[in-house]
Design a protein around this ligand. Structure first.
Ligand code: KMH
Ligand code: ZN
Length: 310
């Protein structure tokens, strides 16, 4: 496919993997989520990938009211593209997971492209005590979790969301997910250009190395030709290196505390914006230009920030 001229930086602000004990920087109140999102946008993120949290204890929330507490603030503070997660947490149904996107009709939302093990249970051994009661079991029990995204779930979500003209961030954690996506495109669920997030380093998905990135990209080229845009998310310590490689390969990048709590080996990031600043510096130093929100809208063929429901 043709090489993109500008690099889109997505920042994933808080997610559903990390817990408050792991980093004081991980935001969970509406104030902190919106302030960190605005700062990430100021630093160069043109897309903000957002989950909600219970503001009292930081537990993962799929309650649309928890999204309502920060979405208008983010809209007021920045024109960055808002991308809502439909990933949910360990116990949510697909109906619950799509409820925020149905209510707020964002420009983008995630669409996970296959069922899989999705675990972070080894993290539990790193901490002697936890800030909140829910954290330990949540992390430990992820070893029994099947992240359910059947073809029926994907079809159901795509059909309910279709009237909202939302561009999906197709989360692909392994090469089979690209074939699932191709099947779904062929039966008319998604229209080009699709946006693929290649995800590396989740326990249950493909490993985080450059050979796997090249393999995923080559497979996507074969399946989708010019009909796709792509970005790379490396979980944990792989974040910056894989994002840098992706930008050199003509792709887009995703950083943020959802995917890694670190700014360099063993050093916790102070904020989402700090990670955006770092990847921006790398991308620009290596000769690429960072896309503005409006350039991201054009590259991804989005409906526009004036057509959202918040
Ligand atoms: N945390 C990422 C590895 C979603 O929100 O739908 C996956 C993710 C999924 O971002
Ligand atoms: Zn997410």
């Amino acid at each position: 496919m043709a090489r993109q001229k500008k690099t889109i930086i997505t920042c994933a602000i808080t997610g559903a993997i990390h817990t408050p004990t792991m980093s004081d920087a991980l935001p969970y109140t509406a104030e902190d989520i919106s302030a960190q999102a605005a700062a990430a946008a100021d630093a160069g993120a043109s897309v903000l990938h957002l989950h909600a949290r219970n503001p009292k204890n930081g537990a993962i929330s799929i309650n649309p009211d928890d999204f309502a507490a920060f979405l208008p603030r983010i809209k007021q503070a920045t024109d960055a593209v808002v991308n809502l997660s439909t990933g949910g947490s360990l116990s949510n149904t697909i109906e619950e997971r799509i409820s925020p996107a149905l209510r707020f009709s964002p420009e983008m939302c995630s669409m996970n492209m296959g069922s899989m093990n999705f675990s972070f249970h080894p993290l539990v051994n790193k901490y002697d005590s936890f800030k909140f009661d829910w954290e330990k079991d949540y992390i430990a029990n992820s070893d029994s979790y099947i992240f359910r995204n059947t073809f029926a779930d994907i079809k159901n979500a795509a059909q309910q969301l279709a009237p909202h003209n939302i561009k999906f961030e197709h989360e692909c954690y392994d090469v089979g997910h690209l074939y699932n996506l191709k099947f779904c495109m062929d039966i008319g669920l998604f229209k080009a250009p699709i946006f693929i997030q290649f995800i590396f380093g989740i326990l249950g998905g493909i490993g985080a190395d450059v050979e796997n990135l090249v393999f995923m990209k080559r497979t996507a080229d074969k399946l989708f030709g010019d009909n796709y845009r792509w970005s790379v998310l490396g979980a944990g310590g792989a974040q910056m290196a894989l994002a840098s490689t992706a930008s050199q390969m003509g792709g887009n990048v995703r950083v943020g505390l959802e995917d890694s709590l670190f700014i360099s080996r063993g050093e916790l990031a102070e904020s989402n914006a700090q990670q955006v600043e770092k990847i921006r510096r790398i991308v620009e130093d290596l000769g690429c230009e960072v896309a503005t929100p409006d350039e991201a809208r054009e590259i991804l063929d989005l409906k526009g920030g004036d057509k959202v429901g918040f």
